[in-house]
Design a protein around this ligand. Structure first.
Ligand code: ACO
Length: 373
């Protein structure tokens, strides 16, 4: 072995047809489409079909696929009881999603990874929405099979039929973040199935990986930051204070991108309409981005730090009406589509993923009996 690569930067461990990034050019391709084209046009079901079967469905296939997914949305009373407990104890949404994903898919594996994978994707919105309803002191709302995946998620959260612009906004978000190469949570999912474990275990482990603030946990703190900046009216002073204290600015920097994350542009365009005629909140967001990028280049001249996807995730999901506490879990509602497609892809041509470590501990110790230590 020749040294340790602590973050596995630049190491390819899988071939994939699902997504591809160019970090220098700021480009993302999902299932062969530029993210800008896919995110704005597709329904989430079309994107999922594209990832699972490598092509867009025709009208008949799409309606069958939608029905297949909708038929798998329900979770049992026992699962609801677990989610109620998570809500009563005010556990974070990601913890509820982790326990819910495992419980909702316990004992229902039919041994067909593809069918299991679809069920996992279908149950995620139901789990998150039920948890949230309990958190708010309400009863959960049963999924409506006549609504699409995105619309049904909003319906189960609020109890009201969402308007078209909110559905389109959410659909754009779900499509834009569904897959992104071998990010940490997707890598987790592939490692799990590479042991010939199952797709439910892969999804549960991936939720745990997504939870961290260096991955999917950033947009909540981004929104807090935007609200603080909006109130303070002095973005530069705010950013300098954070950077002087050695803090990271959430929503900036990326392992792959050296320029603005292409998803930031997609989400920013989709978010803008929700702030029309409102106060100047969106302008604050826009201006704040420029201030942060300038100051990051001053403070970190050796590192090109630009806006990542999480910055405008906060703006878009806030605009669509998703509660801030659910931002990471809503990322999971989308990314589970990528996790499951990667898990199936890994199984098609599996090899156990098993890297090495470099030992830096002691050797040749001799045992001292307890009484003599
Ligand atoms: N604010 C301030 N400084 C930063 C930031 C940031 N957002 N991001 C990186 N840096 C600095 C680091 O402090 C480090 O500086 P140093 O060399 O002086 O110590 C340098 O840039 C390199 O940082 P690394 O951690 O090596 O870069 P890495 O590629 O591992 O980081 C990461 C990527 C984790 C996303 C990082 O940019 C970060 O922490 N961003 C903030 C959290 C965030 O937005 N997370 C969401 C990521 S997007 C997603 O997962 C969907």
């Amino acid at each position: 072995m020749t040294g340790v690569n602590r973050g596995l930067d630049g190491v390819a461990v899988a071939e994939t047809r699902l997504s591809m990034m160019d970090g220098e050019a700021g480009e993302l391709t999902i299932g062969g489409f530029p993210v800008e084209e896919l995110a704005d046009n597709a329904t989430f079901e079309e994107t999922l079909h594209l990832l699972f079967y490598d092509r867009l469905p025709d009208a008949e296939e799409l309606s069958e696929f939608r029905a297949d997914l909708a038929a798998r949305r329900e979770v049992s009373e026992e699962v609801l009881a677990v989610l109620q407990r998570a809500a009563d104890e005010e556990k974070p949404g990601m913890d509820a999603l982790r326990v819910g994903a495992a419980a909702a898919n316990l004992g229902t594996e039919d041994g067909d990874p593809e069918s299991d994978a679809l069920r996992v994707v279908a149950t995620f919105p139901t789990i998150v929405a039920a948890y949230w309803r309990y958190r708010e002191g309400n009863d959960p709302i049963a999924p409506d099979p006549d609504l699409g995946h995105a619309a049904n998620y909003l319906y189960m959260l609020t109890g009201e039929r969402p308007d078209e612009s909110a559905v389109r906004g959410l659909e754009t978000y779900l499509n834009a973040v569904v897959d992104h190469g071998l990010n940490a949570s997707t890598f987790t999912a592939r490692v799990v199935v590479s042991t010939e474990s199952d797709v439910v275990s892969a999804a549960t482990a991936a939720v745990g990986t997504l939870k961290g603030p260096l991955h999917g946990g950033a947009p909540g703190p981004v929104l807090d930051m935007l609200k603080d900046v909006h109130e303070s009216g002095d973005p530069e002073a705010y950013v300098r204070e954070k950077l002087d204290a050695g803090e990271r600015l959430m929503g900036f920097g990326h392992r792959i991108y050296r320029v603005r994350d292409p998803r930031a542009s997609v989400l920013s365009s989709a978010a803008e309409q929700f702030y029309d005629g409102d106060d100047d909140f969106f302008e604050t967001i826009d201006d704040f981005e420029d201030v942060v990028v300038d100051l990051l280049s001053e403070y970190k001249p050796d590192r090109e730090l630009a806006t990542n996807v999480e910055f405008y995730t906060a703006a878009l999901l806030y605009g669509v009406g998703v509660p801030q506490e659910l931002f990471p879990a809503t990322f999971g509602v989308s990314r589970v589509g990528g996790w499951m497609a990667h898990a199936l892809e890994q199984l098609e041509n599996n090899r156990l993923i098993r890297p090495e470590s470099e030992y830096v501990g002691e050797t040749n110790r001799s045992w001292t009996p307890l009484a003599e230590r």
